[in-house]
Ligand binder design. Structure first.
Ligand code: NAD
Length: 256
């Protein structure tokens, strides 16, 4: 490990443009479990992928919302704070490096730690939105409603000041990207990756597409130094110049 750490330190020191791809492992040291260790008790015998899909939300919204809140522990979100790893990435910015964080996480902890350039490719837990009028709602509103619906007045009745207008009442969609939906900022993430001199994966099993393809894209550009820091092996470890199987907080704390 000592040799790997020295190499990693050297590359971090030399790098000017760093792209970080972070996954659920980034936040386990903040107490948020990754998906490999969580188990929910849901009445339907369906996989997380089926339950967290657009079609399930559209067909069974009454079932979708409580399961969504349970899977993502929505009530607990305010209790979580960034860990040493998140702060190490913020420190890289303070050192004058251009740091782009492409995160699969939906917890918002990179921004809380102060990182300024974060692409939330799988969306965010902090908001929900109305698919009809695009109004957005915060996490407090979502937690206060079993089945969150849009409360905006419909524009035609809003002008009628004599009575409370008819409300939109469309069932909200979560700010988290569901299965069957498109990831966000893919183009921007690819652009940032190909322009980077250091590509660093932190705490991701690299099983979720299409964002795991950033590892292959980085591999195709020889000038990029590619590092993965993950507790266990992934099926894409062969794309990296340096593979460190260890804890994020401890390693980043020493290397940055
Ligand atoms: P994953 O759960 O598939 O993989 C996480 C990886 O991180 C595992 O290989 C694990 O060994 C490793 N890991 C865990 N803690 C670590 C630590 N302290 N140091 C080093 N490695 C550690 O996560 P993924 O690849 O991000 O895919 C899961 C999907 O679930 C993502 O799409 C993400 O949106 C979502 N998710 C997000 C959160 C969150 O926002 N915090 C939490 C759970 C799941």
């Amino acid at each position: 490990l000592e040799k790997q750490l020295q190499q990693f330190k050297q590359w971090v020191k030399e790098a000017k443009r760093i792209v970080v791809l972070s996954g659920a492992g980034m936040s386990t040291e903040s107490g948020i479990p990754d998906f490999r260790s969580t188990e929910g008790v849901w009445t339907r015998n369906q996989s997380r992928e089926e339950l967290m899909s657009l079609s399930f939300l559209e067909r069974y919204p009454d079932e979708f919302w409580p399961i969504y809140k349970d899977i993502f522990q929505l009530k607990l979100q305010g209790n979580y704070v960034p860990n040493q790893g998140h702060y190490a990435l913020k420190k890289l910015e303070d050192l004058g490096k251009q740091v782009t964080i492409v995160t699969q996480n939906v917890d918002g902890l990179h921004q809380v730690a102060g990182s300024t350039h974060v692409y939330e490719v799988h969306g965010t837990l902090q908001q929900a939105f109305c698919p009809a009028c695009q109004a957005t709602y915060d996490i407090g509103f979502i937690n206060n409603h079993d089945l969150p619906m849009c409360t905006k007045p419909l524009s035609s009745s809003a002008s009628n000041s004599d009575q409370l207008g008819e409300l939109c009442q469309t069932i909200l969609h979560p700010g988290v990207v569901l299965f069957e939906d498109q990831v966000r900022y893919l183009h921007e993430s690819v652009e940032a990756t190909t322009a980077a001199d250091l590509f660093l994966v932190l705490g991701s099993s690299l099983q979720v597409g299409p964002i795991n393809q950033l590892a292959m894209i980085a591999q195709s550009v020889p000038s990029i130094k590619k590092v993965i820091l993950n507790r266990e092996a992934t099926m894409l470890d062969h794309c990296f110049d340096l593979v460190i199987h260890n804890e994020i907080g401890a390693v980043l704390g020493q290397a940055i």
